[in-house]
Ligand binder design. Structure first.
Ligand code: ADP
Length: 764
């Protein structure tokens, strides 16, 4: 055994033995099970036929070569139907066409069964016999579960008495196959064409609105998620956080929103180039609402931006291109991680311990003018690379052009990489990104499901696309609202004849994610589990206590790991914008509205006692009009009048800067929040303090709902309380309400009220 191997083994052992249940520092967040997955001890050879996918019948859908790309597009049509169809990009597609000439070759299938490694351990090591996605693992029943119906015998009785959970799969679209397998494994009841009476769970393929009029149960989509995860809105949400917490949010590449920030982009790049002539940055242009690499291209000069309709570029994001990615076998790859947002209020986030790594099919070279159009070198999208003659479909989970993430981690660990740190950084990136999205999601949520109105609760599986830089720092590329849950792929079985065949790696990862999402959302389980600590919940979900499992088989341990609220301590100080959102929702008034009217804004100022002799109500009105107009002018398609959340956040930042000069922005904002919250609390105790909002009843209801949690009240260790409530009421005269709150950001503060058009980053 080489010294190096010993070192890796010791490192892995240390990671495994790191304590559970102990609150860890952010830098120490460890996903214990993934590390187990990476341990050489948990790697066992399995025959290809052992994979669940291989055991299933191969669907016999054939298409001809001529129809290949058509059928590929058609596959995703349902979910892509709302995506903006991109203009073709000849420069990039040239490469695709050239490589397609190779597609007549038999598919390169790695047939190395002897060496085939299955990384076990997407679940805990338990005692007894069970199947983890086709593999036998021991089961360990939690000894200390002895109370109530949770001891084994009682729970088995309860499970026998229980009616099966019902799932409406009518709108599941391309997730259907993985969903059916999951439901079968759980012995739940599927309603493939819907049901007259209510189901427990509704599985939608695209959006919350796939089925309207659901008034109970749970839906697997949040209202507004598609809109929030469009490239422009994601960029805006992260940017707001970057303004407050620049260090914490430096995992997102520098981005500009087009067309409105073209000048800013152009000027900043020219200045940077002038100050350092050796700088030759590359930029990647991504159309808003695009997916699967559609319409993406690289440029080295702002002048190379493609224009449409004469002078306008399409709505898109231009982003700094990460030119030094980590390579494996000289290939660029990215990571797809599945993340479950189980609830917004309280915020609950789970990360799948296993993900996918998607490889490019042409050796990577740093961008140069010559290779900018080489998609198979620069873009890791499966949908693009599968068209390359070099794409390797493999039955193994640890080789080929699409592999499990744990196999990549294992490979990195064997090269001496500190995978514990990599995983910890990834978890941190995921939590921070969701914290950035939550404020606006709450506004959408309350507009669609106002408190007091009957409606379902929501959860959603998101697909995080992450790139590892050469220095191992994870970078967020994008988040998919509808990640592909397909578990089969198209394969050319003989020249010109294509079939859909099971994809073992997709099945290994995706069925586990869907099944365990369902287990977490099980209405009965949800109620009974809450009294147990999280580590016990996981064991219970994997134990025969559930009595579910196909043909009496015990279900595998959970592949989803809770990361929030588990790591609340380390991250709650970032939830500042959520506190601003609570104020916004409180004064929003009318049900279903997402924009604050002028009266609501005035009431906010008055109730929080923010006006005084230097800051009159007339000035407040000017501030409102100025900010609202500017946002409206930037959003020609906005249908609702009034001040959206992002405009309100801008106004709030502005007020905070005026009042608490010379502090860093984050402290100014927190100080103003403390002022407002204290005032409102006083009023709650009887000091009326100002006029009621436009619709006081609704506002009260909302404030109750928003007051359930007080995001961000836990103070960050570095955060200093900078003022006492009510202090500094003598704000200086407002010179011009138009004064931008930050010169660098003034032009891009625009809010989009996007009706659910379902355009967005949907895959398949
Ligand atoms: P899409 O939704 O169309 O897949 P992505 O943002 O995921 O758009 O980008 C497509 C691919 O382009 C990614 O999978 C990745 O390989 C590459 N990519 C995206 N952004 C960057 C970036 N900033 N630096 C380097 N590569 C990137």
């Amino acid at each position: 055994m080489s010294d190096h191997y010993v070192k890796v083994k010791v490192q892995l052992e240390q990671m495994k033995s790191s304590g559970e249940g102990v609150e860890k520092d952010e830098a120490d967040i460890i996903e214990d099970e993934v590390l187990v997955a990476s341990s050489p001890a948990s790697v066992s050879p399995i025959p290809a036929s052992g994979t669940p996918a291989a055991q299933r019948e191969t669907p016999k859908t054939s298409v001809t070569c001529r129809n290949q790309s058509k059928s590929r597009n058609k596959l995703g049509k349902d979910e892509k139907n709302t995506c903006t169809k991109q203009d073709s990009v000849p420069a990039l597609q040239g490469t695709i066409v050239a490589s397609n000439a190779n597609s007549g070759k038999p598919v390169n299938r790695k047939d190395n069964e002897q060496q085939m490694l299955q990384i076990k351990g997407t679940g805990k090591m338990l005692q007894g016999k069970t199947e983890t996605n086709g593999n036998t693992v021991p089961i360990h029943l939690p000894e200390d579960i002895k109370v109530g119906p949770h001891n084994k015998e009682d729970a088995n009785k309860v499970a026998k008495r229980r009616k099966p959970v019902t799932v409406d799969t009518f709108k599941a679209k391309t997730s259907l196959e993985a969903l059916k397998l999951s439901i079968r494994q759980l012995k739940w009841k599927e309603f493939p064409v819907g049901r007259r009476s209510a189901c427990d769970i509704y599985w939608h393929g695209v959006s919350f609105h796939d089925n309207d009029n659901i008034i109970s149960g749970q839906v697997n989509k949040f209202p507004g998620m598609i809109e929030m995860l469009r490239k422009i809105n994601l960029t805006r949400a992260v940017r707001t956080m970057q303004e407050l917490f620049p260090e914490e949010y430096n995992f997102y590449p520098r981005s500009w929103i087009l067309p409105e920030e073209y000048q800013l982009f152009s000027t900043q790049i020219s200045l940077a180039k002038d100050s350092d002539l050796s700088q030759k940055p590359t930029f990647i242009i991504k159309p808003d609402g695009g997916s699967q690499g559609d319409g993406i291209y690289l440029i080295r000069d702002p002048g190379d931006l493609r224009v449409i309709a004469g002078s306008h570029t399409k709505q898109s994001v231009v982003q700094e291109y990460i030119h030094k990615p980590l390579l494996i076998d000289k290939l660029k790859f990215d990571i797809r991680l599945y993340v479950l947002v189980k609830s917004l209020e309280p915020l609950e986030i789970y990360i799948a311990k296993e993900g996918l790594s998607r490889f490019c099919t042409e050796p990577y070279q740093e961008p140069s003018q010559k290779n900018l159009s080489h998609v198979f070198m620069h873009l890791t999208n499966y949908s693009l690379n599968v068209q390359s003659g070099n794409f390797v479909h493999s039955d193994s989970l640890s080789s080929g052009s699409k592999r499990t993430f744990s196999s990549v981690l294992y490979r990195l660990a064997s090269k001496g990489v500190d995978i514990k740190k990599v995983w910890s950084d990834i978890i941190s990136l995921v939590i921070k990104t969701i914290i950035a999205l939550v404020p606006e999601l709450k506004v959408y949520y309350q507009a669609d499901i106002p408190p007091g109105k009957p409606g379902p609760t929501c959860f959603q599986i998101l697909g995080f696309d992450i790139l590892l830089m050469k220095n191992l720092k994870p970078v967020l590329l994008e988040v998919n609202a509808n990640p592909s849950m397909r578990i089969e792929h198209e394969q050319e079985v003989s020249p010109g004849v294509f079939e859909y065949v099971p994809s073992p790696v997709d099945e290994e990862v995706k069925v586990g994610v869907i099944r365990d999402t369902l287990r977490l959302m099980d209405p009965a389980q949800k109620k009974s589990l809450t009294s147990y600590p999280e580590h016990q919940q996981e064991e219970m979900l994997g134990s025969p206590v559930r009595g579910t499992g196909e043909e009496g088989r015990v279900l595998p341990s959970m592949c989803l790991k809770q990361v929030f609220p588990k790591y609340t301590k380390q991250f709650s100080y970032l939830r500042t914008v959520e506190r601003i959102t609570a104020l916004f929702l409180r004064f929003l008034g009318v049900k279903g509205n997402m924009r604050l009217g002028p009266t609501g804004f005035r009431t906010f100022i008055r109730n929080c006692k923010l006006s005084n002799s230097h800051f009159s109500m007339a000035t407040v009105d000017i501030l409102y009009i100025d900010i609202t107009r500017r946002w409206a002018s930037m959003l020609p398609d906005s249908r609702e009048a009034g001040m959206g959340l992002q405009a309100f956040v801008e106004a709030f930042f502005y007020l905070a800067q005026r009042r608490f000069k010379s502090l860093p922005l984050r402290e100014q904002v927190v100080s103003l929040l403390e002022v407002c919250e204290a005032q409102l609390e006083n009023q709650g105790r009887g000091d009326s303090g100002g006029a009621l909002p436009e619709d006081s009843t609704a506002s009260t209801r909302r404030s109750v709902s928003c007051g359930r949690t007080q995001p961000g009240r836990t103070q960050h260790p570095h955060h200093m309380s900078t003022s006492t409530p009510g202090q500094a009421l003598s704000a200086p005269q407002l010179c011009s309400p138009a004064t931008p709150r930050r010169a660098s950001s003034q032009d891009y503060r625009l809010h989009q009220r996007l009706r659910p058009t379902h355009k967005g980053n949907v895959e398949n």
